[in-house]
Write a protein that binds this ligand. Structure first.
Ligand code: IPD
Ligand code: CA
Ligand code: CA
Length: 255
């Protein structure tokens, strides 16, 4: 944990130094961006993990990872919120998670602009800058502040628009802030009452989902099952709201 926290802070510094400055932006897809800062942050993280834990596998978004097999695997998003970053919208994070024999054991989400570090260890609870955090205690979806996001294929598929239309009629309000990992961290500390999103990748989800469950919340895929990373979809909230959110999704999917 000490290593992961220190590393997230150092990568966060790379993001902070690049924030608001002109930088080269490349397109990975029609609206899916990557900047030199994503790559610099990832290079730092991968190099440090390799140096300290040469036998650990690494799965990192920009492809700098290495190794398969072994007991430990790091899951890394060097910059979650790249579109925000490219526009100077101050909502970005670094995410590091560690699996041991396929089970998530540690998650860190760091917001370098607010200097907020969210961390969780399996069985050890979750904290924000060292203080314990918990999900909200709200029990009525109509009073809930929810968050979501839209995948990069939204122009072609309209994915999540139907669910958004349903939730906006049922919740108090919805935010779309552009960093799934921070959205989950905000659920963990009760700023958001719930979060759902689809077509996410393991590096968007791994650290944040552990934060929510260690903060006393429930996480599942859209069917209420545990295949979050496989299916790339998540519903996260306290146990009571989680049931209500799954119900809305079930209605939308005609199940
Ligand atoms: C994205 C963010 C965004 C979510 C997208 C992700 P990136 O990650 O988490 O909130 O809606 O689906 O891909 O590309 O900024 O690392
Ligand atoms: Ca991401
Ligand atoms: Ca990213």
């Amino acid at each position: 944990m000490d290593f992961a926290v220190e590393l997230a802070r150092r990568a966060g510094q790379v993001l902070r130094e690049g924030f608001g400055r002109a930088h080269r932006v490349e397109h990975k897809g029609e609206i899916d961006l990557v900047t030199e800062v994503d790559r610099r942050s990832e290079a730092l993280i991968v190099e440090e993990i390799r140096h300290r834990f040469p036998n650990h596998a690494i799965l990192a978004e920009e492809g700098g990872g290495q190794g398969v097999g072994g007991k430990y695997r790091w899951i890394v998003d060097p910059l979650d919120g790249t579109t925000n970053f490219a526009h100077g919208y101050p909502c970005i994070s670094v995410c590091l998670a560690l699996e041991y024999r396929g089970e998530l054991t540690l998650g860190v989400v760091y917001d370098p602009l607010r200097e907020e570090l969210f961390a969780a260890e399996r069985g050890g609870g979750a904290c924000l800058n060292g203080r314990p955090i918990r999900v909200s205690a709200l029990s009525d979806l109509s009073e809930a502040l929810l968050a979501t996001g839209f995948p990069y294929d939204v122009r072609r598929t309209g994915s999540n628009l139907e669910l958004f239309a349903r939730f906006i009629r049922r919740a108090q309000a919805i935010r779309r802030d552009g960093s799934a990992a921070l959205d989950l961290a905000y659920v963990a500390c009760g700023r958001f009452d719930g979060f759902w999103e689809m077509k996410l990748k393991p590096w968007d989800l791994a650290a944040g989902m552990l934060l929510v469950s260690e903060a006393g919340g429930q996480v599942s895929d859209f069917r209420g099952e545990g295949k979050i990373l496989e299916r790339g979809e998540i519903v996260a909230a306290n146990a009571v709201l989680h049931v209500q959110m799954l119900e809305v999704i079930r209605e939308a999917q005609g199940r």
